[in-house]
Design a protein around this ligand. Structure first.
Ligand code: AMP
Ligand code: ZN
Ligand code: FE
Ligand code: FE
Length: 296
């Protein structure tokens, strides 16, 4: 059984329609796939219809942009995968609304920065390339820069303009991590920290930090991800074992938007997947919310 628990469609910053993503998952030989667009459940209905049609098992999820304040007061961004929450739970709807509102406000601010650098780009140039996106993001700005011939690809756009500290970068609102773990659980879902040591390369949160997140209700760690070195994967696997956290693996597929993240490039062990579903079922019972079923 091949299980991939982290993918993006064009509802956020992937490049496939949700239904096409499901068909691509089938073609890639996956048995189970989770759709986890950034900060939105907008792709769920289309993905669920396609999954029922082609016979792929679908876990409806989302990847929530959060900010974690560590014990020593340092702050870092954490992407939190939320699986199977009731998407109509009002506090969750409100929090996602704040995050999406922050994305919306940031777009014109980034465009102003880029225009200030002499690049002739408009908000409409960006929106024209992502008509189906419910969550706008830097990758959409990157794609517009590619279309305008300013850069060759998304990577170059991030390196030159959009990464933190680069001249086109603008921050945005992110949800508080610990509260959001509780929020997803109160919505009847479960949470897994995505690529937790990726990108920054700072190995934060460390084991003590992850233990605190487990106390807050965290269910698992995404260990097998392209942004983690073999050493980091081993270390995270050991931490997950010590803390009795679920271990997942996933592609973080973005269609043609991210190289090296093909569907199924990392997968989740079926036993770990079963544990995650058990925890989701328990959360659903405790919350009393009506949560999405896994499409089988
Ligand atoms: P945002 O959500 O707007 O803050 O943009 C962050 C997203 O951009 C991440 O979730 C990735 O999907 C994507 N991303 C970040 N860095 C890069 C990069 N160097 N190349 C391509 N995509 C990236
Ligand atoms: Zn993304
Ligand atoms: Fe992420
Ligand atoms: Fe992702």
């Amino acid at each position: 059984m091949r299980i991939d628990l982290h993918t993006h469609s064009w509802v956020s910053d992937g490049t496939d329609a949700p239904g096409d993503l499901i068909r691509a998952a089938r073609a890639a030989g996956l048995d189970v796939v989770a759709l986890t667009d950034h900060d939105t459940a907008a792709g769920w209905p289309e993905a669920a219809a396609a999954a029922a049609e082609v016979g792929v098992e679908l876990v409806r999820g989302m990847e929530i942009s959060t900010l974690h304040e560590g014990s020593t007061g340092e702050r870092h961004s954490v992407h939190l995968l939320g699986y199977l929450p009731d998407p109509s739970y009002p506090p969750l709807v409100e929090e996602l609304g704040r995050v999406l509102g922050g994305r919306e406000q940031r777009l014109p601010a980034m465009i102003e920065r880029l225009r200030g650098l002499g690049i002739d780009i408009t908000v409409d140039d960006v929106l024209a390339g992502s008509p189906d996106a419910a969550a706008s993001g830097r990758p959409h700005v990157a794609d517009a820069l590619v279309r305008l011939g300013v850069v060759a690809d998304r990577d170059e756009a991030f390196e030159r303009y959009l990464s933190g500290g680069r001249p086109g970068y603008v921050g945005r609102y992110a949800a508080p991590l610990v509260e959001t773990i509780g929020l997803v659980r109160a919505a009847g879902g479960v949470t897994v920290v995505a690529h937790v040591w990726g990108r920054s390369g700072r190995r934060r949160p460390d084991e003590a930090g992850l233990a605190a997140l487990r106390e807050a209700g965290l269910a698992g760690i995404e260990v097998d991800h392209q942004d983690h070195s073999p050493r980091d994967r081993d270390a995270l696997r050991a931490i997950a074992r010590n803390l009795d956290l679920v271990v997942t693996g996933a592609s973080d597929y973005h269609g043609s938007g991210k190289k090296g993240h093909d569907l199924g490039v990392n997968t989740t062990d079926p036993e770990q997947y079963a544990r995650l579903l058990d925890l989701a079922a328990a959360a659903a019972r405790e919350s009393g919310r009506v949560t999405p079923e896994v499409v089988r």
